[in-house]
Ligand binder design. Structure first.
Ligand code: SF4
Ligand code: MG
Length: 333
């Protein structure tokens, strides 16, 4: 597989209120393959947006590394290198309205990145490129002279997507791009993103707080809990064979369309609130809410490991210790 983004032991800690440290992203390791959509889910406050922003250096990393197309994203970089990076990686946001300057026309909004990267010296070509982009995202040339307030939420998200595409990026981080939209519009935006991926060969990191939102667009899904990645696998495997108790709880929480359809695994019900990332539980951070928690879980942090081919999980039930041995015994008998 062709790795486009390589994330190793990435950490982003913030100093908050005096000497307290908020470990928003703590030791996260994974790859993103060229041309895929990696869905990233977790409750709000689990660090997924911070992870997205640290990937493109909107935040400096506290530790670990990110490589994009083999080049290090963090560390010392020349202006030219930074510029190239900021062109190759674009971001789409949850609320396109707040990221669109209300006094700029759609044409200028879409061309803003092109202007910044010196890709729009010729006015006729600039105009033509904007019209092409608008048509690509399902808008048209009549929209170019209008202003953001004249558009619906779904149309504004299309404008946001056209803006991102204007500089010909390879990788797009979409941070909850459909969370603020009506359900009927969500599917349209997801379909548009899929079409653009096929036509332009884009790679996506698609962030959402809900598994059902990433289901139809993701090739693989990563699940985050309190600053850590707890599971990462092919989409089908996450839904059909979730390993981590937290992922199983998320799946259990999805309403089942047919109540007679028994699930292959027992349901895991999530209790309690997300603990503060400022003073997280020792050992496994999920242990205060996990129905399987045992002594081992408080003592040591479960290792991030490939428990099955291409299926990563951080849980002692899939480690080398007693808990894993007991689980295997139980499954056999
Ligand atoms: Fe639950 Fe322990 Fe696994 Fe954490 S390591 S998810 S507490 S069983
Ligand atoms: Mg967020």
């Amino acid at each position: 597989k062709d790795v486009l983004v390589e994330v190793k032991n990435l950490k982003k800690h913030f100093q908050v209120g005096g000497n307290q440290i908020l470990k928003a992203v703590d030791d996260v390791t994974f790859d993103i393959y060229r041309g895929e959509t990696l869905g990233l889910v977790g409750e709000s406050g689990c660090g997924k947006s911070t992870l997205g922003r640290t990937l493109i250096r909107l935040y400096e990393a506290t530790g670990g590394s990110v490589k994009f197309a083999g080049e290090s994203v963090h560390g010392k970089k020349s202006k030219a290198e930074l510029k190239k990076l900021s062109r190759s990686i674009q971001m789409i946001f949850q609320d396109p309205y707040s990221s669109l300057n209300p006094r700029m026309s759609v044409e200028d909004l879409v061309a803003e990145g092109m202007d910044a990267h010196g890709l729009s010296e010729n006015r006729t070509e600039r105009h033509k490129k904007v019209i092409d982009l608008l048509e690509l995202v399902g808008l048209n040339k009549d929209h170019a002279k209008r202003f953001p307030h004249e558009f619906s939420g779904g149309q504004r998200q299309r404008i946001g997507i056209a803006r991102a595409l204007a500089v010909d990026p390879e990788f797009i981080i979409a941070d909850e791009p459909i969370s603020a939209l009506d359900v009927s519009i969500q599917a349209q935006v997801v379909n548009l993103l899929r079409k653009l991926q096929r036509e332009l060969g884009l790679t996506y990191l698609f962030i959402a707080h809900d598994l059902s939102m990433v289901k139809h667009i993701s090739d693989r899904i990563g699940v985050m809990y309190l600053g850590s990645m707890v599971e990462l696998a092919d989409s089908d495997a996450v839904f059909e064979e979730p390993l981590h108790p937290y992922t199983r709880a998320l799946i259990s929480a999805i309403p089942v369309p047919d109540p007679h359809l028994e699930r292959s695994r027992e349901r895991v019900i999530l209790e309690g609130d997300l603990p503060s990332p400022i003073d997280p539980p020792s050992g496994c951070r999920f242990r205060t809410r996990c129905p399987f928690a045992a002594e081992e879980c408080a003592k040591s942090i479960p290792e991030w490991r490939e428990a099955r081919p291409n299926h990563w999980v951080a849980c002692h039930l899939y480690g080398d210790g007693e808990m894993a041995a007991n689980r295997l015994k139980q499954e056999a008998g």
